[in-house]
Structure formats: structure tokens, C-alpha cells
Ligand binder design. Structure first.
Ligand SMILES: Nc1ncnc2c1ncn2[C@@H]1O[C@H](COP(=O)(O)OP(=O)(O)OP(=O)(O)O)[C@@H](O)[C@H]1O
Length: 191
């Protein structure tokens, strides 16, 4: 089985890649769900998800979220016949190291290359209207800085593949679909 994790700047297209996966019947584990669950448990404001994620990493280590995702990943691997599984939301190198150690050779890290300025990413976030999204460019810049502080740059540098999202959404979705098709064919050929 191939386990593909996507890494990229906020609003670079990770959730879109997961949407394409779901449309193709590929199971997706969303790391942000761990945070959303924690927010719910604490009765906190969804906008404080970033702070809670930082706190978990400080208390339990930089790979805390990856560790908490492992049960979900193993469960999906057991209950799905798919040849590919997607992990959405790797934010740092400690998580990459954790997954490499626990998932072995089947793990592949794909980074999403963008050249959209922060203003353009913010406009996309405004259109997306996700509950936990930030409401100003300043907050997006803070989130960029926070995630870079988690070792996102090192994670991007450690990626096995790069997929560009520098043109239209259709073009990007087409490239993601091609990647998944390739992975499914490769995995079937290995069996
Ligand atoms: N090439 C593109 N052209 C136009 N819109 C795009 C493009 N790529 C992504 N989008 C849109 O930008 C928004 C942000 O993308 P997406 O939600 O996939 O980012 P993300 O990396 O998952 O973000 P986050 O890190 O906040 O979870 C979405 O509404 C998506 O449809």
C-alpha cells in the first residue's frame, strides 16, 4: 500500500488533493481532525485550533499529532481495500520522520509548490469559508510563521515528489488525479 502525505503552505491545495482522493474512492486521514476533536473536547473556539496544536506539540513532542493519527491510519488501512491512502496535513519534519519510521517504504511525501502571494491565498481562504479559518491577512501571516516554526520548510525539503499548483484549479486537480492513478498502478504491479 502507498501512503501519500501532502505538505504545503496554508491554502496551498492540500484539502483539494484530499477531495480528489475521495472522489476516486481513496481513503483520507485528515490530521486537522485531531485538533478539531481536541477543540471540541475542551469546548474551545475553533479559531484557537492553532494555539491548541502548538500546546500539544510543546507538551507531547513535535510528532504529537502524527502519533495521535496513527490509530486512524491503521484502522483505515485495515478496513479499506484501496491501494493508496492519503494523509492530509503534515506540518513538520518530526511528523515526516515519525511516519517514515512507522509506515516504512510505502510512505511517500508530496509537497505542493505554489507561487501565490499571501494576499491570493487569503482571498482563497475567504471564499472557502472554513469554520476555523483566519479573518485577516495578518492572522494568515502568523499561521505561516507558526507552521514554518514547526519545521514545514524542512518537511518540504524532504519531500519525495513535488506537484505544482501554480495555474488553475482544474489543472491542479488533473495533476493530482494523475499522481493517484500512477500510485494505484504501481502498487497493483507490485502485488
Ligand atoms: N489553483 C487554484 N486556483 C484557484 N483556487 C484554488 C487553487 N488551488 C486551491 N484553490 C482553492 O483555495 C482554497 C484553499 O485550498 P485548500 O483548502 O485545498 O488548501 P489547504 O492547503 O488544504 O489549506 P489549509 O492548510 O488551510 O488546510 C480552496 O478553496 C481551494 O479550492
Amino acid at each position: 500500500m502507498k501512503i501519500i502525505a501532502f505538505v504545503g503552505m496554508p491554502a496551498s491545495g492540500k484539502s483539494e488533493a484530499s477531495n480528489v482522493a475521495r472522489e476516486m474512492g481513496i481513503p483520507v486521514v485528515t490530521m486537522g481532525d485531531v485538533i478539531r476533536r481536541e477543540v471540541e473536547l475542551r469546548g474551545a473556539d475553533p479559531a484557537d485550533g492553532g494555539k491548541i496544536a502548538t500546546e500539544l506539540r510543546q507538551k507531547e513532542g513535535m510528532d504529537a499529532i502524527a502519533k495521535r493519527c496513527m490509530a486512524m491510519i491503521l484502522e483505515k488501512m485495515k478496513t479499506n481495500n484501496a491501494h493508496v491512502l492519503v494523509i492530509d496535513g503534515v506540518r513538520g519534519i518530526a511528523e515526516v520522520d515519525y511516519f517514515k519510521e512507522h509506515l516504512g517504504d510505502g510512505f511517500m511525501l508530496v509537497s505542493i509548490a505554489i507561487d501565490s502571494p499571501v494576499e491570493e491565498r487569503f482571498d482563497r481562504i475567504v471564499v472557502r469559508k472554513r469554520e476555523d479559518d483566519m479573518d485577516s491577512i495578518e492572522k494568515l501571516k502568523e499561521r505561516d510563521a507558526r507552521e514554518i516554526g514547526w519545521g514545514m520548510g524542512e518537511a518540504i525539503a524532504a519531500s519525495d515528489r513535488i506537484i505544482e499548483n501554480k495555474s488553475t484549479l482544474e489543472e491542479y486537480r488533473k495533476n493530482i488525479r494523475k499522481l493517484f492513478e500512477e500510485m494505484m498502478t504501481q502498487d497493483q504491479a507490485c502485488q
